[in-house]
Design a protein around this ligand. Structure first.
Ligand SMILES: [Zn+2]
Length: 294
């Protein structure tokens, strides 16, 4: 029997990817196809330059630029197929993908038409072992979350990425968030860490993103941070559920396999990495038992 490396063993496991933005997942070659559809010819090199940035404000600029080419339902179908093919290379079996509905509304598009195109584009991937669920972003606005709870929708929220631990508490206590996007600021508040562990509220941790947006540097209050300084091991070993994710993989030049490699660089052992793989399925909305380690 061949001995495979740890990376190969983790790579071979079916995984769930729960914190992923569709608009941040458009690979450079697909960006070229997308801009060409709207009369703008670009090389992959030029797109990569647009995707090279330091810090959060420049990332937001790049995000606005690429989404300016998402103009009709076919554009959404194109990028959804591209994402699905990419996820299959990562052995992702289940994915919850966040859609920036706000961007569609801002650009006066028909949200329903875009969403239908997404469903049609991704449905054929079910037979190839990849299931999608969709997350609609909502403003940090309490009535929306209350309404979502009333009609039985799950609630999740970005908090404690660049903000402090109090933002995580607010998301849970005021908005009823059941999962927290990022949440790395929890390391500053031991009582909050206890609370997250007791209530089993998962943090969707995206280490590559935290490096690229400088969120990690901000949380650790120094500039020269390395991936090994990430608090993921501390949070995990405190008993807080962790789901490992890529956030905006194309724009942050990462993949889910690479994030597992990052977690290994932080010193996580194989049993901890496989535990994280399992938690991706355990904390999915809704529970997807039939795809679990299929
Ligand atoms: Zn995010």
């Amino acid at each position: 029997m061949l001995l495979t490396s740890l990376a190969d063993r983790i790579a071979s496991l079916p995984k769930a990817e729960l914190h992923l933005h569709l608009e941040g997942s458009i690979q450079p070659a697909t960006v070229c196809a997308l801009t060409a559809r709207h009369g703008v010819v670009m090389t992959e090199g030029e797109v990569c330059q647009r995707y090279a940035y330091r810090g959060f404000p420049e990332f937001i600029e790049a995000f606005k630029w690429v989404t300016s080419f998402l103009r009709d339902p076919q554009d959404y179908a194109l990028i959804a197929r591209d994402l699905a093919e990419h996820l299959l290379t990562q052995r992702v079996a289940y994915s919850e993908v966040t859609l920036s509905i706000g961007v569609m509304i801002l650009r006066k598009q028909r949200v329903e038409a875009n969403f239908e195109a997404l469903l049609r584009a991704t449905e054929p991937f079910e037979s190839r072992g990849l299931r999608f669920r969709w997350v609609f972003d909502a403003a940090e606005f309490r009535p929306i979350y209350d309404r979502a709870a009333q009609i039985g929708l799950h609630r999740l929220m970005h908090a404690g990425e660049v903000g402090g631990p109090e933002k995580i508490r607010e998301a849970i206590e005021l908005l009823g968030a059941e999962r927290i996007g990022h949440g790395i600021a929890a390391i500053h508040d031991p009582a909050l860490m206890d609370f997250l562990a007791e209530r089993k509220i998962p943090l969707e941790v995206c280490p590559g993103s935290n490096m690229k947006t400088a969120a990690l540097a901000r949380q650790l209050r120094r500039e020269d941070v390395r991936i090994e300084d990430h608090p993921l091991p501390k949070l995990l070993r405190h008993g807080i559920p962790i789901v490992l994710s890529t956030d905006d993989p194309a724009m942050f030049h990462t993949t889910l396999q690479e994030e597992y490699a990052n977690a290994a660089r932080m010193g996580l052992q194989e049993h901890e990495l496989t535990r994280i793989v399992d938690m991706g399925f355990e904390h999915a909305f809704p529970p997807c038992g039939e795809t679990h380690r299929a």
